[in-house]
Write a protein that binds this ligand. Structure first.
Ligand SMILES: C[S@@+](CC[C@H](N)C(=O)[O-])C[C@H]1O[C@@H](n2cnc3c(N)ncnc32)[C@H](O)[C@@H]1O
Length: 293
């Protein structure tokens, strides 16, 4: 029941079953109405029970035993698609990736969650980040690290055109099946580039963006995305007066946190950013490129 890369492509034919919904199916009668898109919409779909099988909207018949397994696995997400049931997970060369049933979902890579899920949910986490730079109608945003695309989608909802970069094909694959990431792939205001932000950014012309959202993995996993060299590139591609948000996080021990933030802020100032300050609720740092003249 492990999702294979590229196995599911048609977004409409994916029906997610949360553990609590599986429990409802087990308790319910002959027909149960459930939301099957992870609460992205208010829509419901009807599932029919025929003896030991549950019939999903596309005709897929799912065994009672599988529904019981989903009901008992509170830490994973499962979906029904084209005749099969899959765990939304990938055993890749670089580790184990899975969608976690928070609403909206986050990704866990080798046990590390991509979004905050404790004090805030991933959606509030995203809004806190995007609010710091307040993208506006008609602006152009560079979102350096796409992940599930929540920051990119939030910026585009505010009227901005967004270019977002993701290095890891397994993350892109999980984003493709996540209803909350759909805005990335429906065309229009977001362009997804698969590649290493460190290299891709070098290709953009000077002063191409009004806003940069930089939400990298933790420092221990991607130190080059916290380097002065990379920050110089972010500065170069911003227009004068352009805004940067840089998620830094809260990496464990106090003394380490202090050093990391301090170092980030010092390096941002060294490459020319002004107004460099910490934004507590977003666990990050904002900065500006000075106006011309
Ligand atoms: C913290 S997550 C970003 C979350 C994202 N802002 C969202 O709203 O879902 C960081 C992402 O950066 C990706 N990544 C890591 N190194 C990268 C690189 N060099 N270039 C682009 N993306 C990278 C990771 O695979 C991961 O998906």
């Amino acid at each position: 029941m492990t999702l294979k890369l590229g196995q599911v492509t048609a977004l409409e034919e994916v029906y997610f079953v949360l553990p609590q919904d599986a429990r409802r199916l087990l308790l319910g009668g002959e027909r149960v109405s459930l939301n099957l898109d992870l609460r992205k919409t208010n829509r419901t779909w009807e599932i029919e029970r025929r003896g030991e099988k549950f019939i999903f909207p596309d005709g897929t018949a799912v065994e009672l035993e599988i529904i019981k397994r989903i009901a008992e696995d509170a830490d994973s997400l499962y979906f029904v698609s084209s005749g099969g049931v899959y765990k939304a997970a990938i055993a890749g060369e670089s580790g184990f990736y899975k969608l976690v049933p928070t609403i909206p979902p986050t990704i866990e890579i080798n046990g590390i969650r991509m979004h905050r899920t404790k004090e805030v949910n991933p959606l509030q986490d995203t809004r806190n980040k995007v609010n710091t730079v307040n993208p506006k109608e008609g602006e152009t945003v560079l979102d350096t690290c796409m992940g599930l695309g929540y920051t990119a989608i939030e910026a585009s909802k505010r009227g901005a055109y967004v270019i977002t970069i993701e290095k890891d094909p397994n993350v892109i694959e999980l984003a493709r099946i996540n209803p909350w990431s759909r805005g990335l792939f429906t065309g229009g205001k977001i362009q997804v580039i698969q590649g290493d932000a460190f290299e891709v950014v070098k290709k953009f012309k000077d002063e191409s963006f009004d806003v940069v959202i930089h939400d990298p993995p933790r420092f221990s996993l991607a130190g080059h995305l916290y380097s002065e060299e990379f920050y110089r590139e972010l500065f170069r591609v911003l227009r004068p007066g352009g805004r940067l948000f840089h998620y830094v996080g809260n990496p464990g021990k106090k003394y380490r946190k202090k050093d990391l933030q301090k170092g980030v802020m010092e390096r941002l100032r060294r490459v020319g950013f002004v107004g460099v300050r910490r934004v507590e609720e977003a666990l990050g740092v904002v900065a500006k490129k000075p106006e011309k003249g």
